[in-house]
Design a protein around this ligand. Structure first.
Ligand code: ADP
Ligand code: F6P
Length: 319
């Protein structure tokens, strides 16, 4: 293999830039020619492909987002569109493709590999940490740290005013952002989609907390675990308290990546190139017990993500 390309796809995540840098520099170091694809599969189909050198990835390790940009490209679900994309790579002589994204992006990568013979390697880049085969995805650590910053600030003002803070965080169907930030931020409650909860029971616990003098209570609510307005109404009705809702939104997707995400980025990017050079295709990179692993895309996607119930128990017992 002499030439490879790299793209970012789906929602952006802090650490994507650091990972692009790691993959590009590793590939150049090993004598490969490297191309960047702008706007994910959209750019692959529309030929937004440019040659990269070592300077192309200068001054990006610390930046959130992805300088290659990203997009959601519905047309890529069509085989004819994937053929156009593959032809654009073949015209340049590119044989290997690194895809940084989530499970949707990996599905697209597998299809273009199976149908068009492009060697693909996926790197998990999403703040959601919703892929079962890897302990962590790129961007999760930074997103949780952003939530922690918000919890700290909200706790200050909620304590001053004897209020309840209901903080809605991202994660799609996965409660990891909520659970990790609740444990590390000392929140009283974490509401996640994977575990059923009884909001009246929680409201009564808050009422008891207030009766014994604990006036400020923090609840971290994962998206997909309930409606914040309805939850706040039940708590207000039972605990007779002031509940302030804060939806953190896309602030969680940006920001300078943490040390943990930069280290993951370096290790994932490096391993992706080694996998391509050893002739592998349909592989995804991950981390298990602090060891970098790579496994078949289909096998990786067949694993079902579960919440860590031990962590959930810890969260409940520490509140
Ligand atoms: P993520 O990669 O974060 O899960 P998406 O699910 O939005 O994000 O997928 C990103 C892109 O991957 C989509 O816009 C599309 O181009 C491609 N993709 C997703 N699912 C498929 C699929 N079933 N077949 C082909 N391409 C897909
Ligand atoms: O997958 C990352 C994520 O931020 C999810 O947590 C969230 O549900 C979704 O993307 C938001 O997508 P968009 O940026 O398209 O609003």
């Amino acid at each position: 293999m002499k030439k490879i390309a790299i793209l970012t796809s789906g929602g952006d995540a802090p650490g994507m830039n650091a990972c692009i840098r790691a993959a590009v520099r590793t590939a150049l170091h090993k004598g490969l020619e490297v191309y960047g694809v702008e706007r994910g599969y959209y750019g692959l189909v529309n030929n937004e492909i440019f040659k990269m050198d070592t300077h192309s990835v200068c001054d990006i390790i610390q930046r959130g987002g992805t300088f290659l940009r990203t997009a959601r490209c519905v047309e890529f679900k069509e085989p004819a569109t994937r053929k156009i994309a593959a032809d654009n790579l073949k015209k340049l002589g590119v044989e290997g493709l690194v895809v940084i994204g989530g499970d949707g992006s990996f599905t697209g990568a597998k299809l273009i590999s199976d149908e068009q013979g492009i060697n693909v390697v996926g790197i998990p880049g999403t703040i959601d940490n919703d892929l079962a085969y890897t302990d962590y995805t790129l961007g999760f650590d930074t997103a949780v740290n952003t939530v922690l910053w918000a919890i700290n600030s909200l706790r200050d003002t909620m304590t001053s005013h004897d209020r309840v803070s209901l903080i809605k965080v991202m994660g799609r169907h996965c409660g990891d952002i909520a659970l990790y930030s609740a444990i590390c931020g000392g929140a009283e409650f974490a509401l996640v989609p994977e575990v059923q909860y009884d909001i009246e029971n929680i409201a009564n616990q808050i009422k008891n907390n207030m009766q014994r003098g604990k006036m400020a209570n923090v609840i971290v609510l994962a998206e997909g675990a309930g409606n914040e307005t309805e939850i706040a109404a039940v708590i207000k009705g039972i605990a007779k308290c002031d509940v302030k809702i804060t939806t953190l939104g896309h602030v969680q997707r940006g920001g300078s990546p943490t040390m943990a995400d930069r280290m993951l980025a370096a290790r994932f990017g490096h391993q992706a190139i080694e996998a391509l050079l050893s002739g592998e295709t349909n592989r995804v990179i991950g981390i298990k017990n602090n060891e970098i692993v790579d496994l078949d895309i289909t096998e990786a996607l067949s694993q079902k993500k579960k919440i860590d119930l031990k962590l959930y128990e810890i969260c409940s017992e520490l509140n």
